[in-house]
Design a protein around this ligand. Structure first.
Ligand code: HXC
Length: 255
């Protein structure tokens, strides 16, 4: 792999974006390598969470401007440039972004495809595409608006200004802000906790939370209740509740 470093520890897989000479700019090669690496792991029952991170200075400074600059509209349409990011977004394994430094443009959009966002104090978020004569193209106008609301999304997308970690946390883009030297530990601890639970329950919980974006409250609550009922068909529900009553640690199998 040219653009990523992959590490597996127990049930957690950490992907480190690694194109330091271009601040981890997201190229087509990086996307292809990311999908090739994670696709088989997404269905591996022994993998419970992904952590996606960059370097101390930068998470990712956006899509690769050099790669895109010379393309025509027809090239972009024929290649359906970066449509593969939706495959990443749709992975069922929980994804945790551990962000230090810049998460701009496609970098911020990648963050928003993750389920948890652990940001260091140095993290900087923004959608500066307007300064390049374009707009966000990996879901930024849609996901940012859903996450932080129209007022702030318009501000960020139309002015191209950035937000620091604290503002991003207040706005709802970031789950937790921690000291920079803690982001990897904090993200891996969260990943290990998630990976230790019932894979079936975790998947169900993610699907229900995501459903909130796409349904009315009453439909969403009904969806949740039906999924909740269905989890009573799992061995893990019996194990989790028995373990509580027997005052012991549960042993989940994902069944
Ligand atoms: C390609 C990039 C890059 C990018 C940085 N580099 N960002 N190359 N694509 N997105 C390269 C620079 O050209 C430079 O190469 C090297 O990385 C270091 O960058 P500097 O600018 O010298 O670093 P610094 O002064 O620290 O500034 C950091 C920065 C700045 C503020 C993050 O690099 C920046 O503004 N980058 C672009 C951010 C951006 O506009 N992102 C949105 C991209 S569009 P050399 O060869 O000079 O050393 C996008 C749209 C998605 O994401 C839609 C897709 C369909």
């Amino acid at each position: 792999m040219n653009t990523l470093k992959l590490e597996r520890q127990g049930r957690v897989v950490t992907v480190r974006l690694h194109r330091p000479h271009v601040l981890n700019a997201l190229s087509a090669e990086l996307l292809a390598e990311l999908l090739d690496a994670l696709r088989p792991l997404d269905t591996d029952p022994d993998v419970g969470a992904f952590v996606v991170t960059g370097s101390e200075k930068v998470f990712a400074a956006g899509a690769d401007i050099k790669e895109m600059a010379g393309k025509s509209a027809v090239d972009m349409a024929h290649e359906d440039y970066f449509s593969g990011w939706e495959e990443f977004a749709a992975f069922r394994t929980p994804k945790i972004a551990a962000v230090s430094g810049y998460a701009l443009g496609g970098g911020c959009e990648l963050v928003m495809m993750c389920d948890l966002v652990i940001a260091g104090e140095s993290a900087v978020f923004g959608q500066p595409e307007i300064k390049l004569g374009v707009i966000p193209g990996i879901g930024g106008t849609q996901r940012l608006t859903r996450l932080v609301g129209r007022a702030k999304a318009m501000d960020l997308i139309l002015t191209g200004r950035t937000m620091n970690a604290r503002e991003a946390e207040r706005a709802g883009l970031v789950s937790r802000v921690v000291p920079d030297d803690r982001i990897t530990t904090e993200a891996e601890q969260a990943a290990e906790a998630i990976a230790s639970y019932s894979r079936t329950a975790v998947t169900a919980a993610r699907e229900c939370v995501d459903r909130a974006e796409n349904s009315s409250l009453s439909e969403g609550v009904l969806f949740e209740r039906r999924v909740f009922h269905a989890l009573f068909a799992t061995e893990d529900q019996k194990e989790g509740m028995s373990a509580f009553l027997e005052k012991r640690e549960p042993r989940f199998t994902g069944r």
